[in-house]
Design a protein around this ligand. Structure first.
Ligand SMILES: [Fe+2]
Length: 90
């Protein structure tokens, strides 16, 4: 099973964004460890909720930064975020 370990290869060299990415890796690793250990469904859901909430907060922050800086690949990157976001029932 793949391990969600942070490495220098994951850095984008923006300290605040790297810190947010590192935190997401840690939450994903915690979720994976809970599943691997056979944790109860309620505990797994809590890990999953923390990860998705943190991811959404990060995506929103990163999109704001990209738009503020006029990042030329904003549309592509936003699409990547949107594919990772849970679909919303209409
Ligand atoms: Fe990101």
């Amino acid at each position: 099973m793949r391990h969600f370990g942070w490495s220098e290869g994951n850095e984008v060299y923006l300290p605040l964004i790297d810190a947010e990415h590192r935190a997401l890796f840690e939450l994903a690793d915690s979720l994976q460890n809970a599943v691997s250990a056979g944790a109860r469904a309620t505990e797994v859901r809590e890990h999953l909720h923390r990860l998705t909430a943190q991811a959404e907060e990060h995506f929103t922050h990163e999109e704001w930064l990209m738009q503020s800086a006029g990042y030329p690949s904003y549309g592509w990157h936003k699409h990547q975020h949107d594919t990772a976001r849970p679909s919303k029932a209409s």
